[in-house]
Design a protein around this ligand. Structure first.
Ligand SMILES: [Zn+2]
Length: 153
């Protein structure tokens, strides 16, 4: 969809990086997602699927108005979220999944999205979890740990 930068016509390079999501007054930094970056001016572009989920998550955070977050990490879950991109807003706003809140960062792990897919029935797993960041089950902790390792690279 994008091949060249709109500014200067230089090629766009696919990479993992940060991009901002906007909804009304809300600006959220999304960490470690696939972006297209101009090799000359560093302008960042998003493919359509990523752009949609970035906007839908930002919109959900704005509408929920109860998470004091400035950063979102979907680095382990964006593929699953894309498959459910029409649902992600409702999943968040209707609290069918509980994202992890770590300081000002909201983290959505793949397991939550997959558990929603598999069960169809909502949030049972999430409800069993203290979403203040304690009492994570071992597999959830493992996924968070893997994500952090990935960020460190
Ligand atoms: Zn450019």
């Amino acid at each position: 969809m994008f091949n060249n930068c709109e500014n200067d016509g230089y090629p766009l390079i696919e990479q993992i990086g940060n991009a901002k999501g906007y909804w009304k007054s809300k600006v959220i930094e999304f960490e470690s997602i696939p972006i297209l970056c101009c090799e000359k001016c560093q302008n960042i572009y998003l493919k359509q699927n990523i752009a949609i989920i970035v906007q839908e998550i930002t919109r959900a955070i704005y509408d929920l108005n109860e998470y004091d977050v400035t950063t979102v990490n979907i680095s382990s879950s964006y593929k699953s979220i894309i498959e459910n991109k029409r649902e992600i807003y409702n999943l968040l706003v209707e609290k069918k999944i509980y994202p992890i809140i770590d300081n000002n960062k909201l983290i959505i792990i793949a397991k939550d999205i997959k558990s929603f897919e598999n069960k169809g029935d909502l949030g049972l797993l999430a409800a069993a979890r203290n979403h203040n960041g304690e009492n994570f089950t071992e597999d959830v902790l493992k996924e968070i740990e893997e994500m952090k390792n990935y960020e460190d690279q």
